[in-house]
Design a protein around this ligand. Structure first.
Ligand SMILES: NC(=O)C1=CN([C@@H]2O[C@H](COP(=O)(O)OP(=O)(O)OC[C@H]3O[C@@H](n4cnc5c(N)ncnc54)[C@H](O)[C@@H]3O)[C@@H](O)[C@H]2O)C=CC1
Ligand SMILES: O=C(O)C1=N[C@H](C(=O)O)C[C@H](O)C1
Length: 239
């Protein structure tokens, strides 16, 4: 496949290495640190898919430009979902394809699946409070992490005692605390904890490296061309 890499930071560079190892061709790299190449230099005849890992402030614009250029786009950037409905509308309008996941690792998507199951069961039996905690490296600009927000949404859907989330400790029973810590080079750790008067139960995912994100993003890029619509890891993995 011919891939366009948008963002050539920690993720973009790791994706390049794995993509080449899987026999793909890098048709172009778009990053302000490497001026002179822009998404509008490409179209669906030049690339099969774009993979976008940049920044909360640039992701929406990059996704919209790919859709206008007719390029199927796999986006991993977090912190831009307040614009997501506009991207969905452009997918409909252009007949294009967008793949988005707050976390591309297969393990995290199993974690999301079990998180929803556990939330429903814990609500059914009662007596537990729940909180989400995420830990990431100190270069991360958005908080809470996209992964923590997806986990929080999964809990809110199945644990109706909680009606909203808050990114700080809270005593309000209807608020789900989603706590963030920034420590050194931590790749990404997410913990959902249920606590009662007598015990505690934890569901934890700890990424040991970025390899899981890279593999999932490449699987998505290999799967997306030829499809029309907005997709995520549930469709890709059949979860
Ligand atoms: N969904 C997932 O599985 C994962 C998502 N992420 C997210 O991906 C994003 C990027 O993460 P990293 O690679 O670790 O960040 P990074 O800071 O190492 O790299 C970001 C790169 O994007 C470039 N960039 C900034 N504005 C741009 C623009 N307008 N067009 C093209 N490139 C631009 C920067 O120059 C930089 O090279 C973050 O939002 C992060 O939260 C990170 C890892 C996994
Ligand atoms: O910025 C990161 O590094 C990561 N971002 C994603 C998120 O916000 O959840 C995914 C992963 O945890 C790494």
């Amino acid at each position: 496949m011919k891939l366009l890499l948008i963002g050539y930071g920690k993720m973009g560079k790791a994706i390049e290495v794995q993509a080449v190892a899987r026999g793909h061709q890098i048709a172009g790299i778009v990053d302000p640190a490497r001026p002179g190449v822009s998404i509008t230099d490409f179209d669906s005849t030049a690339v099969d898919a774009a993979i976008e890992f940049t920044h909360p402030d640039s992701a929406f614009n990059n996704v919209m430009t790919c859709l206008r250029q007719g390029i199927p786009v796999v986006c991993g950037s977090t912190g831009w979902l307040h614009h997501f409905s506009e991207a969905q509308a452009l997918v409909q309008q252009t007949g294009g394809a967008l793949f988005y996941a707050s976390n591309y690792s297969v393990g995290v998507n199993l974690f999301f699946h079990f998180n929803e199951y556990i939330a429903a069961k814990m609500h059914q039996f009662g007596g537990y409070d729940v909180q989400v905690k995420e830990i990431h490296h100190t270069q991360k600009v958005d908080q809470p992490s996209g992964t923590a927000l997806t986990a929080a949404e999964g809990i809110l859907k199945h644990f109706p005692t909680k009606t909203t989330w808050r990114n700080e400790p809270t005593e309000a029973p209807q608020e789900l605390a989603v706590l963030s810590e920034r420590i050194g080079q931590v790749v990404g750790t997410h913990i959902v904890t249920y606590t009662s008067n007598v015990d505690a139960i934890e569901l934890k995912h700890e990424a040991h490296s970025r390899e899981g994100f890279v593999q999932g993003a490449l699987l998505a890029a290999e799967w997306l061309p030829g499809r029309q619509g907005v997709f995520g890891m549930k469709e890709l993995l059949g979860l």
